[in-house]
Design a protein. Structure first.
Ligand code: GSH
Length: 234
């Protein structure tokens, strides 16, 4: 049964920084399911994913099934492969909360710190679409939005408090073992390190221990990201 993952592509085809596709990749790896084909999709390329009836990636094709949205992909995999390791460590509802926290609290705190590097490190023919859609959403230019870096760093420090408290109490966000809640949160840090050469966490930040452990799972899946320092940067 062929399994394909349509993913946002960065500056070149093997640069796949999207946090949402990292979630899908980790969910598939957790279930022990291989991906036969990764299909790179640019921001402005809506034609190649029109078959899915919407304009966002990731999209998973699993045999006869087409599923879009990273959370929908996770729940699809959990329901379709119940005999494989559970993605939700006993509570899908709590994993859903963490997924929502990653999207609505963590991502908005990280995004301003990396948006200019993200724009610099997407394909040339994707830049106009990215700038236009993001500036419409932000109500100003990317550069003026991102200008006050120290304010955004202070904001991120505040946003990280619940994650730090959780990892002080447990080895993983999901408790004793890593599961989807970890991947949802990790994906945001992974996105940041895939698009920006400037780290969002200091070198001695305690969160790095957990990030490194998630990165090392599944044969070093996280380390397999083609990062800027490995040759993607302009
Ligand atoms: N809630 C969706 C969000 C997916 C999403 O925002 N995908 C971005 C990938 S970076 C996208 O396709 N953006 C298309 C666009 O900006 O036009 C998920 O979890 O999969």
């Amino acid at each position: 049964m062929a399994r394909k993952l349509y993913e946002r592509v960065g500056k070149q085809d093997n640069h796949r920084p999207s946090p949402f596709s990292w979630r899908a990749r980790y969910a598939l790896a957790h279930k022990g399911l291989d991906i036969d084909d990764h299909v790179p999709v640019k921001f402005h390329d809506k034609e190649s994913i029109a078959f899915s009836g919407q304009g966002f990636v990731p999209i998973l094709i699993d045999g006869a099934e087409t599923v879009h949205d990273s959370w929908a992909i996770a729940t699809y995999l959990e329901d379709s492969y119940p005999d494989r390791p559970s993605l939700f460590g006993g509570s899908q509802a709590l994993a859903h909360f963490m997924n929502t926290w990653a999207d609505t609290a963590l991502m908005p705190a990280v995004f301003p710190l990396v948006i200019t590097d993200l724009h610099a490190n997407i394909a040339e023919d994707d830049k106009a679409y990215f700038r236009e859609t993001r500036e419409k959403r932000l109500g100003r230019t990317i550069e003026s939005f991102a200008a006050d870096r120290s304010a955004f760093e202070a904001n991120l420090a505040k946003a990280l408090a619940p994650l730090r408290a959780q990892l002080d109490a447990y080895p993983y966000v999901s408790g004793p073992e890593p599961a989807y809640a970890d991947y949802a949160v990790f994906s945001v840090f992974q996105f940041a390190r895939c698009v920006s050469p400037t780290p969002v966490l200091s070198a001695d930040d305690a969160l790095r221990t957990w990030i490194d452990r998630i990165s090392a799972l599944f044969g070093g899946l996280g380390a397999s990201c083609l990062r800027l320092e490995e040759g993607v940067a302009a």
